[in-house]
Design a binder for this molecule. Structure first.
Ligand code: KG4
Ligand code: ZN
Length: 341
């Protein structure tokens, strides 16, 4: 994007309710974050060990209007200062998505504002533009979240080529399931990250599923290997070290994510890698990426943690580029749980 595009004139209200975060944000020109309000339902779902879709939807209903008002207040503007309303319409939990989509529709049509439907994955990719003025395609992206593990070549702001994705569990899902087997609270990724710091990553050689030369990922074999390790130790009455298991498991996931991301960059002769999604918060992933990208001469871009996990600023940023290409939705916009990019 050219420097003169940053006038601060186009302000997008982003709304995100695809899973268990009720979020609203105002972003100017696709990169300047004027407000970023996130109401996390984690405490509500933790007692169940994971997100309960019906409860997530009900909590979105109870919070969405307040969260949107807070985003406007924090930015110090009113609806009259907004250029468009962008909302996640998939992929995600249908009941949760419907709350955001219907709220956005009502708001947009009531205030006579354009409406933009945003793909949640496109939102994650756009998180790399936040507070990163001037950063623009082409670049390679690894999306590693609770629901997805994708390698996407971003050709242009709204043009994507998927090079690989998980054939079973997403990286974050594997973190959460292994954490659960170690009796760690939900969401488990951050808990494994913390526990792994006290363990030795070389203590257990868990399998790495490379799937040959493919850029697809598979984490369910690794997850099963951890469960088998735990069951076998239990049957033999052996003591286990949760920290060593966490560190060794994390190392296996991180190694594969880094290896395939660099291979994808190589394949496309691309010197820039963005890493986004909740798993991009992982400290070992950040460290190994920094090391390997420096060795390979690849510029690494990882948004700050608050923009890696689900938020609405990334939805507003993606919405900005749809706005610029005139890609507006009408009142038929619907939630699409399996939406692809
Ligand atoms: O992007 P996100 O907030 O939601 C989805 O779109 O899925 O990602 C949530 C996922 C969860 O699986 C969570 O355990 C994982 O990101 N996560 C982490 C860390 N922080 C969050 N995984 C590993 N290490 C972390 N520090
Ligand atoms: Zn997400």
């Amino acid at each position: 994007m050219e420097g003169d595009d940053f006038t601060g004139d186009i302000r997008i209200l982003g709304i995100e309710t695809s899973c268990d975060e009720t979020a609203a944000a105002i972003v100017a020109d696709g990169c300047f974050v004027l407000s970023n309000v996130i109401f996390s339902q984690i405490d509500v779902h933790r007692v169940f060990g994971g997100v309960v879709p019906e409860i997530a939807a009900r909590n979105h209903v109870g919070k969405i209007d307040r969260v949107v008002q807070m985003a406007l207040d924090e930015a110090g503007i009113g609806l009259a200062d907004i250029s468009a309303v962008a909302v996640t319409h998939g992929p995600g939990l249908v009941g949760a998505l419907l709350v955001g989509v219907n709220f956005a529709k009502g708001l947009a049509f009531g205030a006579n504002l354009p409406l933009i439907g945003v793909n949640h994955l496109e939102g994650h990719i756009a998180s790399v533009y936040l507070e990163n003025a001037g950063f623009s395609p082409p670049f390679m992206t690894l999306i590693a979240s609770g629901g997805h593990s994708h390698l996407v070549y971003v050709k242009d702001f709204t043009e994507f080529e998927i090079l690989g994705k998980t054939v079973d569990d997403a990286a974050g899902e594997a973190f959460d399931k292994v954490a659960r087997s170690l009796n760690l609270p939900y969401p488990g990724g951050v808990e494994i990250d913390r526990l792994a710091k006290a363990g030795c990553a070389k203590s257990i050689n868990f399998p790495r599923s490379r799937l040959g030369d493919s850029l697809n990922f598979s984490f369910s074999g690794l997850k099963s290997a951890v469960l088998n390790f735990l069951n076998s130790a239990k049957m033999k009455g052996e003591d286990i070290s949760p920290a060593n298991i966490a560190a060794s498991f994390q190392e296996a996931v991180v190694e594969i994510l880094v290896e395939k991301s660099l291979r994808a960059c190589n394949l496309k002769d691309c010197g820039r890698l963005a890493v986004v999604g909740g798993v991009a918060c992982n400290s070992r992933l950040r460290a190994l990426l920094a090391e390997k990208c420096a060795e390979a001469g690849i510029a690494l871009h990882i948004p700050k943690p608050v923009y890696c996990t689900d938020n609405a600023a990334m939805i507003a940023a993606a919405g900005f580029h749809r706005f610029k290409s005139g890609d507006f939705a009408d009142s038929s916009l619907n939630a699409v749980p399996g939406l692809r990019i």
